[in-house]
Ligand binder design. Structure first.
Ligand code: AHR
Length: 503
């Protein structure tokens, strides 16, 4: 039997886990808003038209923050279109996704939805077609208490109290040629700096995220971060990272190793932030907002057909990836990677939340169900709170197309404020179970609370409305804790959550 070991101590820690690493994202794209969170007339719709079946699933994920309203969409968006009487809101062409935006859900409606979903809004401003002036106005509209032009407009539109949005993104993927108003690093650094200054003059309590590269493999990755941060470092709090993984070789072993790239990406951006800080002799440490991450490839071909057939349509079924079991395993490893970097990754937004590359799917007029990826996200959000531990993991390895020495067991651990320990582990081995041994004596008296296992014999298995539990977690009972020594068999290709409860 193959073996892995994990050595850990309650005093060997990475740091406090910022709960916002379990954030998500709703863009005005596809059926995320219309047909996703909002569908008046749906049997479960509340008095505002929000689907209660969707809210229930979102609450299960316990999502602390939701980025909104885009995405590529935001770079052509006029925030003023989305407030005021609904019958007077304009329909606009969305050039990002070649659809039409009705603006029937806007800032106030989304704020209401956030309350119901027990989450907070992270608002992205448009630095593509607009700039610092619109940015300061929207902060005044949302956060100023009253007695000024925009804050009084908010009050007139029905929100007496400020919306109190704490977290703001300074544009979206501004390095990308596909972006409306794409900028060079210099142009963006200047625009972000001026917008940040003016937004903070209106509300000094807000936190700001500057756009890093839209992906690790962008040709300007690295120089983009360095150059733009050199221009806005002191006025921003976080730099963003975005990363989506496909499965071009269709080999599970290659696919499951993608989290190695994620770790490299994070470490490189941390180094660049610190290099800019060092050059500036700054006392400030910039942290990371990984505000778009996921698997995304299943729907690519279908989307071309949909857009061709119905250019400028409304709420088209775009980016509707149906996630399979191996996608859930990679998502699990991505979450483990965020926990391992919890000292610097303070925000992470799964892109996205409903229908659009999402863990939650709906049918218009029909049901809502959890995709395979829902489960590791729910487990990490529920149990991965408190302190990220720094275990030393020794695992047998494998080589694949892009990486050598990929650990067959990918694992980490967290400890909550009551001293309960949770181990998250993916077994990447295609054929063999692996026994994981952990010495837990340093944690005092613990007992095995539960071992949650996600496994399916078919890596391509998916969940559907008619078969929603095809890939879903079960309670396993293979964990043995004896004299502080945990032994557990991790089945071949599996996601495991082992909860150890303080006695
Ligand atoms: O999440 C889908 C899209 O991916 C977002 O709109 C964009 O920011 C990224 O390229």
């Amino acid at each position: 039997m193959k073996k892995a070991t994990m050595i850990m101590d309650k005093d060997f820690t990475i740091g406090r886990i910022d709960k916002r690493i379990y954030g998500s994202f709703i863009e005005h794209l596809g059926r995320a808003v219309y047909g996703g969170i909002y569908e008046p007339g749906h049997p479960t719709a509340d008095e505002y038209g929000f689907r209660k079946d969707v809210i229930e699933l979102v609450r299960k994920l316990d999502v602390p923050v939701v980025r909104y309203p885009g995405g590529n969409f935001v770079s052509g968006f006029d925030w003023e279109d989305s407030v005021g009487p609904r019958d007077q809101r304009p329909k606009r062409l969305d050039l990002a996704w070649a659809t039409t935006e009705s603006n029937q859900v806007g800032m106030h409606e989304f704020a209401d939805w956030c309350k119901k979903a027990n989450t907070e809004m992270m608002y992205a401003i448009n630095l593509g077609t607009r700039g610092a002036d619109a940015a300061r106005n929207v902060v005044e509209y949302a956060n100023h208490k009253g007695g000024s032009y925009y804050s009084d407009m908010r009050i007139k539109n029905g929100a007496k109290d400020p919306l109190d949005i704490k977290l703001w993104c300074l544009g979206n993927e501004m390095d990308g040629p596909w972006q409306m108003g794409q900028k060079t690093a210099y142009e963006y650094g200047r625009a972000a700096n001026e917008a940040a200054k003016m937004m903070r003059l209106v509300d000094p309590s807000i936190e700001l995220v500057a756009c890093g590269s839209s992906a690790h493999d962008m040709p300007t990755f690295g120089s983009w971060e360095y150059e733009m941060l050199d221009l806005c470092y002191e006025n921003v709090d976080y730099v963003s990272l975005h990363r989506y993984y496909g499965n071009p070789s269709n080999k599970t072993a290659d696919f499951l190793a993608r989290s190695m790239d994620l770790d490299d990406f994070i470490k490189t951006v941390v180094s660049i932030c610190d290099a800019v800080g060092g050059k500036k002799h700054s006392k400030k440490k910039l942290n990371l907002s990984f505000d778009e991450w996921n698997v995304w490839y299943h729907s690519n071909e279908q989307d071309k057909e949909i857009t061709k057939a119905d250019k400028w349509g409304n709420a088209l079924p775009l980016l509707e990836d149906l996630y399979n079991f191996e996608d859930a395993l990679l998502v699990g490893s991505m979450l483990i990677t965020f926990l391992r970097n919890a000292d610097r990754v303070k925000i992470a937004c799964l892109a996205q939340l409903v229908n659009v590359i999402a863990p939650i799917m709906t049918r218009n007029g029909g049901g809502a169900w959890a995709q395979t990826t829902f489960w590791p996200i729910m487990h990490a959000s529920a149990f991965g709170r408190g302190t990220a531990l720094r275990p030393v993991l020794q695992s047998p390895t494998y080589d694949c197309t892009d990486y050598e020495n990929v650990p067959l067991v990918d694992a980490t651990a967290t400890m909550d404020d009551d001293g309960n320990v949770t181990i998250f582990a993916v077994n990447r081995d295609m054929t063999d179970d692996i026994v994981l041994d952990c010495d837990l004596r340093a944690f005092g008296e613990l007992e095995v609370g539960e071992h949650i296992l996600l496994h399916h014999d078919d890596v391509k298995a998916i969940n559907t409305e008619l078969n929603p539990d095809n890939v879903s977690p079960v309670k396993a009972n293979g964990a043995v804790l004896d004299g502080g020594q945990l032994t557990i068999a991790l089945p071949s290709l599996s996601w495991n959550v082992i909860r150890l409860i303080k006695k």
